[in-house]
Design a protein around this ligand. Sequence first.
Ligand SMILES: Cc1cc2nc3c(=O)[nH]c(=O)nc-3n(C[C@H](O)[C@H](O)[C@H](O)COP(=O)(O)OP(=O)(O)OC[C@H]3O[C@@H](n4cnc5c(N)ncnc54)[C@H](O)[C@@H]3O)c2cc1C
Ligand code: FES
Length: 281
Amino acid sequence: MAAPCAAFRFRGTTAAVVPAGADGVRLDLAVDAAFPKVAPSQFFMLRRSDGGGVLLGRPFSVYLDRTGANGRTLSFLLKVMGPGTRGLSELKVGMSVDLVGPLGQGFPAVAPGERLSCVAGGVGIATFPLVFEAALAAGARAQDLTLCFGAARKEFLYEVDRYRDYGIRVRIATDDGSAGQRGTALDLLREDCKNALLRPHKVFACGPERMLEAVVRFAAEERLDAYLSLETRMGCGTGVCNACAVPVKPASNGGWPVAKACREGPVFRACDLTLEEAHQL
Ligand SMILES: Cc1cc2nc3c(=O)[nH]c(=O)nc-3n(C[C@H](O)[C@H](O)[C@H](O)COP(=O)(O)OP(=O)(O)OC[C@H]3O[C@@H](n4cnc5c(N)ncnc54)[C@H](O)[C@@H]3O)c2cc1C
Ligand code: FES
């Protein structure tokens, strides 16, 4: 079981809110030099400092972490779903945001020479830029890293050109064929697994629950070493409220059949999950 997280409360200043896709924004927050280091696929609970109409912060993966002439900027990619995301998407430059984090346990490291496939559905893409950057910085070859990015339609392929700049293999699928091939992100992984030179040593996935359930089944059939980042609904984000229960195999969790996504996750090994039972909780 993971150690209790050392989360801290910070304040960021809105530097930009840039439209992304048909229903999203990229929120750039200027943070000060004391802001902690963030590991790939960690997340923060975000809330407008003026409340913005919601009581609780909402969890978001760190999308980009950049330091430049103007200091450090943390970016989040938000799909507008309800009041929390709407309030954040309507922030104006200079307005403050409260951040609690960095939270959670991320994806495992990728060793040089290992082939990695990241399967992203829609806004699930947000967790992957830092994963690719960390893998490349640790010596992975760009041709060993594949992004299988799927969405319902091309307007939900958020900031897709950004990922090509890494020099990695970027494969696209849409349900209606409006960009890339017609089908799902998992179809792209299925194809790669038929070729011994492309079959990944590790698979990381983030996206809608149905996609993740399909990845769990496929990984079991194909004996793939797969890890999922779950976007479970959360209350506190810090292990206190029990809102984020995830059914797991007890042997993977110190004998307990339920893990907390905010503390033991959000990344879980696919073979440790019993997602089909999640609906019965
Ligand atoms: C670790 C983690 C990382 C996340 N990273 C991102 C990210 O980078 N970008 C992003 O856009 N979103 C991300 N999410 C999801 C995001 O937290 C929710 O979309 C957000 O909390 C919705 O808040 P809201 O007030 O706008 O909508 P709400 O009013 O809370 O919900 C609006 C509608 O969306 C549904 N909904 C809300 N949350 C979820 C969810 N987690 N899964 C499925 N349906 C949901 C509700 O049932 C409701 O129908 C992440 C979630 C987790 C747990
Ligand atoms: S969100 Fe409160 S315990 Fe995980």
